[in-house]
Design a protein around this ligand. Structure first.
Ligand SMILES: [Zn+2]
Length: 66
């Protein structure tokens, strides 16, 4: 991970420093979001990024259960 860009916690695209949103949770975890779209999907809609085609975390063919 470079100091200049962090991956978006939702879609996994890199977030350049100075853009995007940083969210520090009460438990100390820091979340980075490239856009309000990602933030909303993660926090409000609570969607699984692996199920969404527009994220880099998307798993082709669906998620396999153990
Ligand atoms: Zn994102």
């Amino acid at each position: 991970m470079s100091l200049l860009a962090k991956p978006c916690n939702f879609c996994d695209r890199s977030v350049p420093k100075g853009s995007g949103t940083m969210l520090a949770k009460n438990d100390g975890t820091v979340l980075w979001f490239c856009s309000s779209k990602c933030k909303k999907n993660a926090l409000v809609l609570k969607r699984d990024p692996r199920k969404l085609k527009w994220t880099k975390k998307h798993v082709k063919g669906g998620i396999r259960k153990k």
